[in-house]
Design a binder for this molecule. Structure first.
Ligand SMILES: NC(=O)c1ccc[n+]([C@@H]2O[C@H](COP(=O)([O-])OP(=O)(O)OC[C@H]3O[C@@H](n4cnc5c(N)ncnc54)[C@H](OP(=O)(O)O)[C@@H]3O)[C@@H](O)[C@H]2O)c1
Length: 271
């Protein structure tokens, strides 16, 4: 299927590794020009080189930006520089690292505030900065504009040790649904995508944390995660990215306001 994103311009946050980088690869492979950001200039530049290498696209079509999504000014600058560099914006993918694990007595109020900044406020600010450009893209002769927010399966079913993730993702889900109503008449789709257990640095860190607190070997922890999925395995980032590429594409122009799990059947709800 031609996704209809050839030549489109996408901004993907948190893309020096893991899910964000995989989404950048998937979109670049479909012919989009991609701006990617993360906090660390060296890492994001290396990621841009890798995206170009893996896809065989011209390196000029991958624009790396150093941007901490918790900093309002960084976000504004990154979006403006993307639009100046490529000439507009059609697709916004919001993302950042995950907050630390912990139970209620482990987490200070400062840690709570940092997580809300990292996973909720950053999403809101990325949308605020991108909106004028997305509105212009949706009003153009060949209209197309979409927002996809990376959250977590913890938004659907809270995971006991991940208070910060559970609470902040729920906020993003509410924000996304509200935004989809307001932006629908302008032709801008807004969806969230909920990764299940997927092989990235973040998952390695979670497994190591659980292993150190429970004394269970990492292999057993991973086997337990896989066992709870209908597909009985952990996902690869490319599998997540394929679903993301569809959701931001023109082929998904009638899909909005949804929370789309890519979790191998981890969610046990009927709908
Ligand atoms: N992998 C999973 O199984 C899974 C499951 C459910 C939910 N999730 C969630 O999905 C998101 C992505 O996860 P992942 O597995 O891809 O994690 P990852 O491999 O750790 O990648 C996180 C990315 O975000 C960047 N980043 C972190 N903080 C940032 C900030 N303040 N501003 C800009 N960029 C920032 C990191 O780059 P720099 O360090 O260079 O800034 C990195 O590129 C996280 O929120 C995670 O909790 C993941």
């Amino acid at each position: 299927m031609d996704l209809g994103i050839e030549g489109r311009i996408a901004f993907i946050a948190g893309a020096s590794s893991g899910l964000g980088r995989a989404v950048a690869v998937a979109l670049a492979r479909e012919g989009a020009r991609v701006a990617i950001c993360s906090r660390n200039r060296k890492r994001i530049t290396a990621a841009a080189d890798r995206v170009a290498q893996e896809t065989g696209v011209d390196r000029e079509r991958v624009f790396p930006l150093a941007c901490d999504v918790t900093k309002e000014r960084d976000v504004d600058d990154a979006i403006e520089r993307t639009c100046a560099h490529f000439g507009g914006l059609h697709i916004l993918v919001t993302n950042a690292g995950g907050p630390p694990p912990g139970y209620i007595d482990d987490l200070s109020l400062e840690t709570w505030r940092a997580a809300i900044e990292l996973n909720l406020v950053s999403t809101i600010q990325l949308c605020r900065a991108a909106l004028p450009h997305l509105r212009a893209a949706a009003a153009a002769d060949d209209p197309h504009a979409s927002i996809l927010m990376i959250t977590s399966i913890s938004a659907k079913r809270p995971i006991p040790s991940l208070y910060l993730s559970n609470a902040t993702r729920a906020g993003v889900q509410g924000f996304a649904k509200t935004l989809s109503e307001e932006l629908g008449p302008a032709g801008i789709t807004v969806n969230t995508i909920l990764p299940g257990y997927t092989r990235t640095e973040r998952l390695k860190e979670l497994a190591a944390h659980l292993a150190s607190t429970s004394g269970t070997p990492v292999e057993e922890i991973e086997a337990g995660w896989a066992e709870n999925n209908a597909l009985r395995r952990i996902a690869e980032p490319e599998e997540f990215a394929a679903a993301a590429a569809f959701l931001v594409s023109k082929r998904a122009a009638y899909v909005t306001g949804t929370g789309f799990p890519v979790d191998g059947g981890w969610s046990k709800h009927v709908l």
